[in-house]
Design a protein. Structure first.
Lengths: 254, 496
């Protein structure tokens, strides 16, 4: 190369154009994204048509931003490295069977002969995140719809299941012997019971978890925020028709 | 060393020898600084890697908050990349650039100061990760957000002198290694700046975040490690074999096609993820096309080494460089294949990603850097490596461990991913499928730690000037008299 200047210019063109296309364009698209209103009305006569927004959702927007404990919990999720092993992605059926796996969304019910698919995750689902929590590896179970795993039949958080979630953070192997999850004991305080019945926050300990008499395990605010964050992970709300378009998973009825 | 040998290689004048000695002397301090601090980080990184692989299986071991698996794993990756790989790369870049520009390094102190800032940045970053302050959801950008300006400024302070050296070079001394080094000088700060400004300053990146992080992480391998590793290989192969690079045009083609293609690749690991479908499609295509510059480089190197393959057995530099070249081929092929549509359903964000990362960072780059260090350090310390047998041990332990490690991670990822992709299997099955490979990984990490302890011990002896005071280079095997005669000629062959 004869001159440093022409070398730098050529190299700048080589790297500059892909930088614009592969980073700035996606970033600009993302910043241009805004929440979309549910508008249209369902059409019961033609169920095979693209999904219409349900009547009761008229005037609502998707996605809804979140704040407070859920946002703090997201930071705990980041700093404790949960994303190192947990993804939050439901891939479409051409790329995997995530949509149909048990536990990937609302518990899979079988409507007649056809399994109900969890809808694939969509860019809008991550609109309010500074960095979409896809995760770095899928070594642990996917958490895209983790919020559904801790609910009772009425759709409210189930105390026993939430307690099991805390127990998973405190001592993962006491719950599932095969788990490779690290223990996050530092998100808990082991303290002396102040009242004989114990604190209302304290973990319900199973028999296989040794604990000194008169002590109890109380989650810190970080652990509570993390649980709030996980309970809020539901990425399967119906998309407004303006976003969804024609979904690939609905077969055309003829 | 050949400076002392009475018979000079053809085409080399006594002035050349004196000039080389002056250049080596001027680069001595910064290059040794980067090699030794890089080696210290290599030890830290391999120990963290061993710990991480141990904690994957013996999950209850070392129950300290700072040594939590979810923190040790990213700390290990970042210490290996920013602590070791970049610093070893700096040393090699400085020395090769000075030699090829035939200019003495005028400001070694600035480089050492900048190197201290780099080390400070990496220390703060790794401590931040272990202390629970890291951005542990961003691949290879896991350091806490405050660290990146420090690393960027330190990097620019280091490479600016390489650009200055290049513009002040003696006329008629343009060589392919210089281009690769210059490319590395510019590409990394650009990618690092773009990624950090978008993700840590402007934020609100949504699904663009993982796209940018994958683009950056791939860029670290293909736009920084590949240029620096190839610069070293293009320098060392002609030096040891005493032959000029086979084809100038081929090397030029490989260089520009790498630069034109690599910045498009990276996001193919998000196939099926909720990103616009064109992004992984374009990135995957570019990753497959990156096989073209790889083939051009291979052909060029093969033609250059042809007829002198015996030297791979005796010369430590050539042997490590050769292994690194094989690692480069494996990295390119694995990246291209694993980014394909049909495999991605099994390899989506799996252990395979770690396998490819280890291939690029260790099997290719680290081995190439070992080769360069075995070549450079005797020239700047004026003593020879203590023992060829220890170099041989270092090579075989490293080679065995890294081949095994990459294979195990690829197989573990495929079996884990295919178990997840089964209708009937529970998550427990997937964990059990990969467990055996992860147990095997621990033993390979022990080999890697042993190899690096041997290497660092040797390096420290050299830095303390306790190497062998002999006129002949330390070789892996004792060569026959014929080979000795040939090696005297070739170890300081024609400067390309």
């Amino acid at each position: 190369m004869n001159s440093l200047k022409s070398f730098i210019l050529t190299m700048g063109a080589c790297v500059g154009v892909p930088t614009i296309v592969m980073t700035l364009v996606p970033y600009g698209t993302e910043r241009g994204r805004s929440a979309v209103a549910y508008q249209s009305v369902p059409d019961p006569a033609n169920p095979a048509a693209p999904p219409k927004d349900p009547e009761e959702m008229k005037g609502l927007y998707y996605p809804v931003n979140y704040s407070g404990d859920r946002k703090r919990g997201e930071l705990v999720y980041i700093q404790e490295g949960c994303a190192q092993c947990h993804t939050q992605v439901v891939r479409p059926d051409y790329a995997g069977i995530d949509q149909f796996k048990k536990g990937s969304g609302r518990e899979q019910e079988y409507a007649k002969d056809q399994p109900v698919a969890v809808r694939q995750t969509h860019p809008w689902d991550y609109m309010h995140e500074d960095f979409a929590m896809f995760g770095i590896r899928r070594i642990g179970p996917d958490l895209a719809n983790a919020g559904y795993r801790y609910l009772d039949k009425d759709g409210r958080p189930d105390a026993a299941k939430v307690n099991a979630l805390y127990q998973h953070f405190y001592a993962p192997r006491s719950l599932r012997g095969w788990s490779t999850s690290p223990s996050f004991k530092h998100l808990f305080n082991v303290v002396k019971k102040e009242k004989p019945e114990g604190s209302s926050d304290a973990l319900v300990i199973p028999a296989n978890l040794p604990l000194e008499a008169g002590m109890e395990i109380v989650p810190t605010d970080e652990a509570k925020a993390l649980v709030e964050y996980l309970l809020g992970l539901k990425r399967d709300a119906p998309l407004p028709a303006a976003i969804a378009g024609t979904p690939p998973q609905v077969p055309a009825a003829k | 060393m050949s400076q002392e040998t009475p018979s000079l290689p053809p085409g080399v004048t006594p002035e050349d020898i004196l000039q080389r000695a002056a250049i080596d002397k001027s680069t001595r301090l910064p290059v040794l600084f980067f090699f030794t601090s890089g080696a210290a980080w290599l030890l830290v990184a391999t120990l963290l890697g061993l710990l991480a692989s141990l904690k994957f299986v013996a999950t209850g071991a070392f129950k300290y908050e700072v040594l939590n698996l979810a923190r040790v794993q990213p700390a290990f990756v970042n210490a290996l990349v920013y602590g070791w790989a970049y610093q070893a790369g700096f040393g090699v870049m400085i020395w090769i650039m000075a030699r090829l520009c035939r200019t003495e390094l005028r400001n070694p102190v600035t480089l050492i100061v900048a190197g201290h800032f780099w080390n400070l940045g990496v220390t703060l970053g790794v401590a931040g990760i272990l202390g629970g302050q890291g951005n542990l959801h961003m691949k290879l950008l896991e350091f806490p957000a405050m660290v990146w300006p420090l690393l960027l400024v330190a990097y620019l302070l280091i490479v600016v002198w390489l650009v200055v050296m290049y513009s002040a070079r003696r006329p008629g001394s343009g060589y392919i290694s210089q281009w690769y080094i210059l490319a590395a000088c510019f590409t990394w700060p650009w990618m690092y700046l773009v990624a950090n400004v978008l993700l840590n300053v402007f934020k609100k990146a949504g699904v663009a975040g993982p796209v940018i992080a994958s683009w950056y992480a791939n860029g670290v391998t293909f736009l920084w490690m590949v240029p620096v590793g190839l610069a070293s290989a293009y320098f060392i192969i002609p030096k040891i074999t005493g032959k000029a690079i086979h084809s100038y045009n081929l090397s030029s083609f490989a260089f520009w096609s790498l630069l034109a293609l690599a910045p498009w690749a990276g996001a193919q690991e998000l196939i099926g993820g909720p990103v616009p479908a064109w992004i992984p499609a374009v990135a995957g295509t570019a990753q497959i096309l990156l096989l073209i510059p790889m083939l051009a480089v291979c052909l060029n190197h093969y033609q250059t080494v042809r007829g002198a393959h015996d030297l791979v057995a005796v010369s430590p530099s050539l042997r490590f460089t050769f292994f690194g070249a094989v690692g480069y081929v494996c990295t390119c092929v694995a990246s291209a294949v694993l980014g394909s549509m049909s495999l991605s359903r099994y390899t989506f964000l799996s252990f395979t990603q770690d396998g490819v990362m280890m291939m690029g960072t260790y099997m290719f780059f680290t081995m190439a850097m070992f080769g360069a260090i075995y070549f450079i350090v005797p020239r700047i310390t004026a003593c020879e490596w203590v023992s060829g047998a220890r170099i041989r041990l270092h090579f075989w332990l490293s080679a065995y461990a890294i081949i095994g490690l990459c294979s195990l991670l690829l197989i573990a990822g495929l079996s884990h991913g295919s178990a997840i992709d089964e209708w009937e299997s529970s998550f427990e099955t997937a964990v059990m499928f990969s467990k055996g490979y992860l147990v095997g990984r621990i033993f390979l990490w022990i080999f890697l730690v042993a190899a690096n302890v041997i290497f660092i011990h040797q390096l420290v002896l050299m830095v303390m000037n306790r190497g062998r005071k002999a006129g002949t280079p330390t070789l892996i095997h004792q060569p026959t008299p014929y080979e000795t005669a040939e090696l005297v000629i070739t170890t300081e062959g024609a400067e390309a």
